[in-house]
Design a protein around this ligand. Structure first.
Ligand code: SF4
Ligand code: SF4
Length: 436
């Protein structure tokens, strides 16, 4: 297969080297876990437990009858202490189940299915839902919905996103290096569900060990591994489809419109564990790095562990840290408290010092057009900024604002340091409110 590349993009300093050779370490189980009832794109969940209830490890504790949801499970055995609104890493406060760990490691009964090839597509999708599996590349879209595209579209390709194009992060990279068989088996399960024969794993060429490991693991399969020239934001679904298949997803459409379903490689590993081992999604590999960290690591942490515990384990130097970011530096969220938990979509925790952050003040636009050249979606960020100044939200929408994937490439490249992504996010939020 040929590499086609994608339009636009930027190449920020990679900063992967600090953590790329750190093997995954299992973080000690914490005394308390905090499970927010909204960890996916979609509707919040209802708590299925109440204070005082004893819960087992892997027990479902939150679910909803809404369409776009994915349940949550207790990552420990213990006692529910409270169900209350608590700080959430992505925004404000979210209803959260607080559980005290009894360290008994008492599991629910696991329904293993090593003979999954004998199961129907519907049964496998049902299990993926019950196991709480969502897209683990950061978007956290419920996987059972993604793997069930409209009946009238013909899915030809399953693409696996192993690009991990965000600087600093090595979470997917280490999973591909250390758990390649799980990833391959998860891909086979997805192919079976989708009824496709063609699957391609796209991995950026700054991850040579992952490329070699996955190529070896894919020998004697119909899964192809494609090295991709490193460029941000290659991991965006539409960029990846363009880079690997040279297909362009039309504005406002999903990848299924061009016969493709995209999933992340770590999600494939979670699908293997959910189906074959019967284990719900309870842990996440998190890269903890940045100059404010003395010992960068890739930690496998229980979902619900406070981020302060991960930072402390890696030698957090609060005094020199300018900001803590959950996720990568381009799309991650700055944290205003360390009293928030690891959630399903957490891939990284960055303790960034002043030298790693951009503190330059915005200046006037010089009309250089670099933001337009950098946009992978073919948009005109500067036009949105100008329309936003005059609160012309509808006009922003008419110019395909909702196609913006909030990758931050435009703001990164801007010589005048305009906060373009922030202005775009405000415009999108206003448009969503107007549509309600
Ligand atoms: S943030 Fe949006 S407008 Fe800016 S480069 Fe990315 S996709 Fe384009
Ligand atoms: S990159 Fe910055 S200065 Fe150049 S046109 Fe865009 S907003 Fe203006």
């Amino acid at each position: 297969m040929k590499f086609f590349g994608f339009k636009g993009g930027v190449h920020p300093p990679e900063n992967k080297i600090q953590s790329e050779n750190q093997a995954i370490e299992v973080l000690q189980s914490p005394k308390m876990v905090y499970i927010p009832l909204l960890q996916h794109i979609g509707s919040p969940l209802d708590a299925l437990v109440a204070p005082g209830d004893r819960v087992l490890k892997g027990q479902k504790i939150g679910d909803s009858s809404a369409f776009l949801t994915s349940p949550v499970h207790s990552p420990v055995s213990g006692t529910v202490k409270s169900v209350e609104e608590l700080p959430f890493p992505l925004m404000g406060r979210v209803k959260t189940i607080v559980i005290e760990n009894d360290f008994a490691e008492e599991w629910v009964e696991l329904k293993k299915n090593p003979q999954w090839k004998d199961s129907s597509k519907e049964d496998l999708l049902g299990t993926i839902r019950e196991m709480g599996i969502v897209g683990l590349g950061g978007a956290a879209f419920p996987t059972h919905i993604k793997l069930n595209p409209p009946k009238d579209v013909n899915i030809e390709y399953l693409l696996l996103n192993g690009a991990e194009c965000e600087p600093y992060l090595n979470s997917d990279n280490r999973v591909m290096i250390e758990e390649p068989e799980k990833v391959v088996q998860g891909i086979e399960i997805m192919k079976h569900i989708l009824g496709v024969t063609k699957a391609v794993i796209g991995i950026e060429d700054n991850k040579q060990e992952a490329i070699a490991t996955m190529k070896k693991a894919c020998e004697n399969t119909e899964i192809e591994v494609m090295p991709l020239k490193t460029m941000y934001p290659q991991g965006g679904e539409k960029s990846l489809i363009k880079a690997i298949l040279n297909r362009e997803v039309p504005s406002g459409k999903l990848p299924s419109a061009v016969g493709v379903v995209v999933n992340n490689t770590t999600t494939a590993g979670a699908i293997y564990e959910g189906i074959v081992e019967g284990k719900p999604l309870l842990t996440k590999v998190v890269t903890v790095t940045g100059k404010g960290i003395t010992t960068p690591k890739n930690l496998r942490a229980l979902i619900g562990t406070k981020i302060s515990e991960l930072l402390e384990d890696c030698g957090f130097q609060e005094e020199i840290t300018e900001k803590v970011v959950m996720g990568g530096p381009m799309m991650g969220m700055t944290q205003y408290t360390l009293d928030v938990p690891v959630i399903k979509g957490t891939s990284g925790l960055l303790a960034l010092t002043k030298s790693e952050t951009n503190s330059c003040k915005p200046k006037a636009c010089i009309g250089c057009g670099k933001c337009i050249d950098a946009c992978p979606m073919g948009l005109e960020p500067i036009m949105y900024a100008r329309l936003g100044e005059f609160q012309q939200w509808e006009e922003m929408g008419e110019h395909n604002l909702m196609d913006c994937i909030e990758c931050g490439s435009c703001a990164y490249i801007c010589p005048s340091n305009r906060p373009l992504t922030e202005e775009i996010k405000i415009g999108k939020a206003k448009l969503r409110t107007m549509k309600k």
